[in-house]
Write a protein that binds this ligand. Structure first.
Ligand code: PLP
Length: 354
């Protein structure tokens, strides 16, 4: 694929690493390509970062035809810039496209877009451990009509945001509210794909939790309102009486790449990992009789996020006295060690860019 590069005349100064938050500051350029049915993907280009203009009837603005991915470019101490399992993001984005009737992207073209773009923006990959250049590939339907149908035109973009460490003040376990009214997804819907609409519909529960001092919600399944699915926008894992349990992928859960990597690392550490249904009753019982040893969320942004407290129907339950557990800590150290190049990558998960 040919990528036309137009460089900015106004290069930005990278802001100080201690001021980097998440997704607030952007690099100098963006990748764009267009799709038209019958013609396919074309006009791949990298341009100066800036506003884009859309037709007021553009499909994405009315009917939510949007999917995305999230991955990071990491800098090692020796200065190497690398991605973590990028083919997994590429494949998942095409699965999302399939579900949403958006056009797929050739895997090699996608990888080329990512690597060309990251190489051009390499000065925006921060240096300290825990910081990264967050990459956001996304695609939206862009027909210029209000008719509801499979899109004929689409746009694919990649933007990049140098982001600070998720744990600037050390890893502090989060407080989680178990949500029993709103649901995130149902089987047959879009819970298993990364589409913007899932997030829009999750905000109400998140806001309700944050008003009372909780940082995320634990989602239950939409049919029985009984089985644990995810925590906020992360997958979730538990250690109950020595057994590691994570909700099985039933069709309404996002198949996280961090989840998949955690399962492999845990098995290598000698733990048995059970992907199964886990009901809220079983969780509450384990909390009440002290059998819930650890709980954590996992996703690209936080990597591993320990859970220190649950709230359910007005009652509060502490996990491991509100402190990070041993397995959670070991998982965090192993995954971040591989990502930032402090540990050998025996799994072949690292994709070197430059
Ligand atoms: C992205 C995402 C995750 C985590 O996936 P990773 O590939 O590990 O980053 C989990 N749940 C939801 C709803 C997500 O959108």
């Amino acid at each position: 694929m040919e990528i036309k590069i137009t460089k900015t005349n106004n290069p930005k100064q990278m802001i100080s690493e201690s001021e980097l938050g998440f997704g607030k500051f952007f690099s100098d350029h963006m990748f764009i390509m267009d799709y038209v049915a019958g013609k396919g993907w074309h006009n791949a280009r990298i341009e100066p970062f800036g506003y884009i203009s859309l037709h007021p009837a553009s499909t994405v603005l009315h009917y939510g035809a949007e999917i995305f991915e999230g991955l990071k470019a990491y800098r090692t101490e020796s200065g190497e810039i690398r991605l973590f399992r990028p083919m997994e993001n590429i494949k998942r984005m095409n699965d999302s496209a399939e579900r949403m009737c958006l056009p797929k992207i050739d895997e090699n073209d996608f990888l080329q877009a990512l690597t060309t773009f990251v190489e051009l923006e390499k000065d925006f990959v921060p240096y300290s451990f825990g910081t990264s250049l967050y990459l956001r590939p996304y695609m939206f339907g862009n027909d210029e009509t209000l008719g509801v149908h499979t899109v004929q035109r689409a746009t694919f973009m990649i933007i990049a945001s140098p982001s600070g460490s998720y744990y600037k003040e050390g890893i502090n376990p989060v407080k989680i509210m178990i949500e029993s009214e709103d649901v995130r997804a149902v089987k047959g819907g879009t819970g298993a794909v990364k589409c913007g609409g899932n997030y829009a519909a999750s905000n109400r529960a998140g806001e309700k939790a944050s008003k009372v001092g909780y940082s995320q919600v634990l989602w239950l399944d939409g049919v029985h309102r009984k089985y644990i699915e995810e925590v906020g926008a992360m997958n979730v894992m538990f250690k109950i009486d020595g057994e590691i349990v994570t909700p099985m992928l039933t069709g309404s859960i996002l198949p996280g790449i961090t989840r998949k990597s955690c399962i492999e690392v845990l098995k290598d550490m000698g733990y048995k990992v059970n992907e199964r249904l886990l009901s809220i009753d079983e969780l509450i019982e384990a909390l009440e009789n002290g059998k819930l040893e650890e709980a954590w969320g996992c996703g690209t942004a936080a990597v591993v996020s320990p859970i220190g407290r649950f709230s359910y129907n007005g009652k509060e339950y502490d996990v491991n006295d509100g402190k990070i557990g041993d397995v959670t800590q070991k998982l965090y150290d192993t995954l971040t060690g591989i990502q930032w190049g402090k540990e050998e990558d025996k799994y072949g998960w690292i994709y070197k860019i430059c």
